[in-house]
Design a protein around this ligand. Structure first.
Ligand SMILES: *Cc1c(COP(=O)(O)O)cnc(C)c1O
Length: 353
């Protein structure tokens, strides 16, 4: 009854959550530190808190069907036009919607690795022919991807999850120019890098940039993302999405987040400072640390350290075995300074044993 390809799909690994570690090792949940999901550890802005609370008063109503005011806020934040913006239930939904509007069975979908595992799931559901291209350290260039003239879809991620590095804009341009289909550029972490290719979407009709409110704007629990691209692709995406796919609460709160961007800029500066401190301390401990422009760092270890860290109440993402990564690796989200201290203490102990 269920399609064959569904049996072949490996479920998305969302990592461990504090409640899981609490139950496994008998640690009170409130004492578990979550550095495994690339969430923003800082509280929301006062404006966001207010908008969230105020939204209770019209919770009996549907959100605007086109999410008009949110699109206007995003248009002014990103320097684009409303008709070039699609809204989704997290960036995840938009990644899936793009697959749904372009991929036919056996179409070639190119995914450089090591990369984000969600792309392959959505492409597989469409019966795509997936071409994983191993690019060591995710040093993606047009040359490293080879001929893309027959590719229906290419997934790029900058800064990349889990390596943390970015793709140079001139390489993105070359890839988009050489691609016979659509290039999706996942910019979930772009604000931390301070660079973006959104401006290229005005020049190339086959480039779609996907963004998220989950990382920089710290709204992972609210589930909002957006895509920017040519109006024809955007209209196709908007046509097939769920009606009222994001809640009125998410709609109002996300607008407040964009309007308090200055607060989040301040949070970002703190995260970047801590990221650099984490990287420096991890190098001192002898780890190979990948250069990161995101809110996490990838580290190569000599052994599997994630379980020992969990026993001391710290969750990191174990990415050992991820396609395109050789050896033991963990990805650590930049937390609050005191959380990073506790992590550094724990990993120093674990790596000594
Ligand atoms: C976190 C993340 C997303 C965003 O997902 P949401 O559905 O918006 O929470 C998208 N792409 C990558 C690479 C991510 O790491």
């Amino acid at each position: 009854m269920i399609r064959n390809v569904i049996h072949l799909i490996n479920p998305y690994d969302a990592g461990k959550f504090p409640v899981d570690v609490s139950r496994l090792y008998g640690i009170p949940e409130s004492q578990v530190i979550q550095l495994g999901s690339n969430e923003n550890p800082y509280p929301p802005s006062e404006e966001v808190k207010k908008a969230f609370h105020d939204s209770i008063s019209d919770i009996n109503q549907y959100p605007h069907p086109e999410y008009q005011r949110l699109k206007e806020a995003i248009a002014s934040y990103t320097g684009t036009d409303v008709e070039r913006i699609a809204i989704g239930n997290g960036a995840s939904e938009l990644l899936r919607t793009i697959c749904d509007i372009v991929v036919e069975p056996l179409d070639r979908v190119v995914i450089p690795v090591p990369g984000y595992t969600l792309y392959a799931i959505f492409a597989m559901v469409r019966d795509a022919r997936i071409d994983f291209i191993e690019v060591p350290g995710y040093a993606v260039t047009a040359e490293s991807l080879g001929n893309l003239s027959d590719a229906k879809l290419v997934f790029l991620c900058s800064p990349n999850n889990p390596t943390g590095n970015t793709i140079e804009k001139k390489e993105v341009e070359k890839i988009v120019e050489g691609c016979g289909g659509i290039v999706v550029l996942d910019e979930a972490y772009a604000e931390f890098a301070g660079k973006s290719c959104i401006d290229l979407t005005g020049r190339y009709d086959n480039l779609v940039v996907v963004r998220s409110f989950s990382k920089f704007f710290g709204l992972a629990g609210l589930r909002v993302g957006y895509a920017i691209g040519n109006p024809e692709i955007i209209a196709a995406m908007e046509k097939i999405r769920l009606p009222f796919g994001i809640s009125s609460v998410a709609y109002r709160t996300a607008i407040a987040a964009v309007e308090s961007v200055e607060y989040y800029e301040g949070v970002k500066e703190k995260i970047i400072m801590e990221r650099e401190r984490l990287a420096k301390e991890l190098k001192k401990l002898g780890f190979f640390v990948y250069p990161s422009e995101a809110n996490f760092v990838l580290v190569r270890a000599k052994k599997d350290v994630s379980e020992e860290l969990e026993k001391s109440g710290i969750i990191v993402r174990n990415v050992t075995g991820l396609l395109g990564l050789e050896g033991f690796h963990i990805r650590i989200t930049v937390g609050l300074p005191e959380e990073n201290d506790r992590f550094l203490e724990a990993i120093a102990t674990v790596s000594r044993c």
